[in-house]
Design a protein around this ligand. Structure first.
Ligand code: FAD
Ligand code: SIN
Length: 506
């Protein structure tokens, strides 16, 4: 049993920035971060394009950013939340800079602002094409300097501890010792990120298995908008499944064209914003083109661009393509849509509070109302920064919340069980990923969704039995979590009767 004042599950931008602030404000309180891989491994680390923030108030304005976010969310955003998040952007950027994160500037000393789909202005603050890597580096460095933060790598959170709709911490598996630890905490923050590996073909790293949302769902927290899966239009085409390398939308913001194999610039047929239409529209258009042509991919053409400037702005993308024999100056880049982001998740209010007392959520696992039916590019890092700050402020200003460490939580009951066969997990995972790609992809239909629902229900039951009869193991729990998330996606997709943003049912 371990006790802590604040338990944070996840070490991406959401969890780490919350931890830094709490540690500074309450140096006598204990903050524990659980993370299932090494601390830097997260979706955050791979963010390329940047953070959407209004910094150039001459050409841009909060109103324009708000409007772009609302248009992108296709009528389902919470307008108050949009205003709050957009207007707090500059303060959160200042904080990141104060913690040592560096962002590109132009010759005049102003931020070099990128542009992405759905943005009416250049407003994306970035660090080359490795913005997430730079942010994660800077904030992790800060976290390691705080004496009252413990970062526990390779600690996999299994389940929340709740009683009478109140959260008292979580159980976690120490993946190295194989021991299960009971973490009792006054306040628990889920910052556990996305769900990409449910689809297999995804821009997300392998940690993205929806654990936090599944845990919250098991504890009866309200979960919403799971049908709004965002597919990024331009993942590098690779015949194998698994994590796909992203070709940032900022490349299209820099002027790249999308073409079919025979050279047709098809986005001109679909949207007046052309290649810079919002992500849902570009992905759906590519999907249609691929179905028409029966080709495997479309192409991103950068051959007309200033290569020197391109290499300066996108060195990682340039290098990765080169390593695969694609010379961007001469060759088109083969691209295909891939699962990228989850717009829905654990419902939180404007203070990041979930429907369970003392349980908070921020970042990709949460559903704040900012994104509606489709997230505007580069609004995700911003949302995580703003909501981790909201939770911090709420806890800092509500002393009455700091109570209850003497409540007795039940320790995890360990049962002697056999080890699960890893081949079972691998096989089941690939069947699940195939089911999700085929039945809950960019374009869905009720027949496929109903079939998927039946299958997922069956798998849910099967996993309950497996968990009961086998040793606790990360892969088994991840599989259980992914099946639960798949079920929620399918259920919410069946329930939705209108096509909005990233959701299309025919
Ligand atoms: P994450 O950064 O994913 O962190 C989740 C953490 O939770 C990880 O540390 C993980 O190990 C941990 N965890 C999960 N489950 C458990 C468990 N059971 N037990 C213990 N720990 C657990 N957004 C933008 O705004 N701009 C961009 O340019 C951008 N580019 C992107 C590019 C790529 C390739 C990807 C994948 C995403 C991009 N996004 C971008 C989205 C954005 O990066 C993420 O939405 C955001 O970083 C999520 O942050 P987070 O802190 O919520 O989660
Ligand atoms: C990208 O760089 O294309 C990703 C941006 C995002 O997901 O917001």
């Amino acid at each position: 049993m371990m006790t802590t004042n604040y338990l944070i599950i996840g070490s991406g931008v959401a969890g780490l920035t919350f931890a830094i602030k709490m540690a500074d404000r309450f140096p006598d309180q204990k903050i524990t971060i659980l993370t299932k891989a090494t601390a830097d491994e997260s979706n955050t680390k791979y963010a390329q394009g940047g953070i959407a923030i209004v910094t150039n108030k001459t050409e841009d304005s909060y109103q324009k950013h708000i409007q772009d976010t609302l248009i992108c969310g296709d009528g389902l955003c919470n307008a108050d939340v949009v205003k709050m998040v957009v207007t707090e952007g500059p303060k959160r950027l200042k904080e990141l800079i104060s913690w040592g994160a560096k962002f590109d500037k132009n010759a005049k000393g102003n931020f070099d602002l990128g542009k992405e789909g759905g943005h009416s202005q250049n407003r994306v603050v970035h660090h080359k094409d490795q913005t997430g890597f730079e942010i994660e580096r800077a904030i992790l460095e800060q976290v390691y300097q705080k004496k009252n933060i413990s970062v526990l790598d390779h600690h996999f959170a299994l389940d929340l501890i709740t009683k009478n709709n109140r959260c008292h911490g979580a159980y976690a598996l120490d993946q190295k010792t194989k021991k299960i630890i009971t973490f009792q905490s006054n306040h628990t923050v889920l910052a556990s990120g996305g769900i990409g590996h449910l689809y297999g073909h995804t821009t997300n790293p392998t940690i993205a298995t929806g654990d936090g949302i599944a845990m919250a769902s098991r504890a009866n927290a309200i979960i919403k908008d799971m049908e709004f899966i965002q597919f990024h239009p331009t993942a590098l085409y690779d015949k194998s499944s698994g994590s796909a390398f992203l070709i940032s939308e900022a490349v299209r913001g820099f002027g790249a064209y999308l073409r079919t194999k025979n050279g047709h610039r098809f986005m001109l047929d679909y949207d007046p914003r052309e290649e810079l239409a919002s992500r849902d529209i570009v992905s759906q258009s590519i999907d249609l083109e691929l179905k028409k042509s029966t080709e495997q991919c479309v192409y991103l053409d950068c051959t007309h661009l200033d290569m020197k400037a391109f290499m300066k702005h996108f060195p990682m993308i340039y290098k990765r393509c080169k390593s695969l024999g694609i010379d961007i100056a001469k060759d088109w880049i083969p691209v295909v849509p891939a699962q990228h982001y989850l717009c829905g998740g654990i419902v939180v209010d404007k203070n990041g509070r979930t429907s369970i007392e003392n349980l908070f959520a921020c970042g990709e696992c949460s559903r704040t109302g900012l994104h509606g039916a489709n997230r505007l590019a580069s609004n995700s890092l911003l949302e995580a920064l703003v909501y981790s700050d909201k939770i911090y402020n709420y806890l800092a200003n509500n002393a009455f919340e700091k109570k209850d460490l003497n409540f007795t939580v039940a320790a995890w009951v360990t049962v002697e069980n056999t080890e699960i066969n890893s081949a079972y997990i691998a096989q089941m995972k690939s069947e699940l990923q195939l089911l999700m790609r085929q039945n809950a992809g960019i374009v869905r239909n009720n027949n496929n969704l109903l079939q998927a629902k039946e299958q997922l229900l069956q798998w849910k039951e099967e996993l309950k039995e497996k968990i009961k009869n086998h040793q606790v193991e990360t892969g088994l729990y991840e599989l259980q979590n992914m099946i639960s998330i798949g079920y929620l996606i399918v259920l919410h997709s069946i329930e939705r009767t209108d096509n909005r943003g990233g959701f299309m049912k025919v």
